[in-house]
Design a protein around this ligand. Structure first.
Ligand code: PRP
Length: 208
């Protein structure tokens, strides 16, 4: 399969903002992945196919070579433990930030702060650099609910417009890191499929 390339993208914002970039490279899926239940799509380029997977699975597929290339948020990459990925390009799409947020009327908590988040590793590192001991509660979504129901004091989550925080009576307290989507490439594929992958990266870099 050294003459074929599999590109992994996740459904939602990343897919919506990746498709125009791929289109500029002349890569058009055979049908619209936004509205299809299929997981694999042939494209207008006979040797390039697209797979649609969960955002958190993109680094895994790429590290193990099940996909050669992936598009993943920096938030997901920072949480990923593997070390088999190249990250050659910041695609500048899906820009937002990972922030510490909490209720507008902060409760004075005397004990150890409880932080609800999907981003356990990044949150742990963030508080460790501040020398603060916190209790981290892992959630898989709707973090904004946790302080409202007393599950946690604060949350660490992605913020784009700030509307979700506002709608739940919360405010952004501190930006932890800027986030955008990155191109990731399998290390072996970068060597073995160099003649296919390198030009793609170069053309993408030119477009950006
Ligand atoms: C993200 C994030 C916030 C929201 C922030 O959720 O977790 O809930 O977007 O965006 P805003 O500042 O523009 O309101 P997403 O919609 O990606 O769904 P998720 O909870 O499944 O991650």
């Amino acid at each position: 399969m050294s003459d074929n390339i599999t590109i992994a993208v996740s459904k939602g914002r990343i897919l919506e903002q990746s498709l125009p970039l791929l289109a500029k490279l002349g890569i058009h899926p055979e049908e619209d992945p936004n509205s299809s239940r299929k997981l694999i799509f042939a494209t207008s380029e006979p040797n390039i196919r697209l797979i649609i997977i969960r955002a958190t699975d993109v680094p895994t597929y790429v590290e193990y070579g099940a996909a050669d290339i992936g598009i993943a948020g920096k938030d997901v990459l920072m949480e990923y433990d593997g070390d088999g990925l190249y990250e050659p390009l910041d695609l500048g799409i899906c820009k937002c930030r990972l922030s510490l947020a909490g209720p507008k009327q902060a409760q004075n908590s005397n004990g150890r702060l409880r932080i609800a988040t999907k981003y356990v590793k990044t949150t742990r590192d963030y508080f460790a650099t501040q020398g603060k001991q916190v209790e981290i509660i892992k959630l898989y979504g709707s973090m904004e609910l946790a302080p409202v129901l007393g599950l946690a004091d604060l949350i660490v989550d992605l913020v784009e417009s700030g509307n979700t925080l506002k709608a739940n009576g919360m405010v952004e307290l501190e930006k932890i890191v800027d986030i955008s989507s990155r191109l990731v490439v399998n290390k072996a594929a970068m060597k073995m499929k160099q003649s296919l992958i390198k030009p793609l990266i170069t053309r993408l870099a030119d477009i950006l």
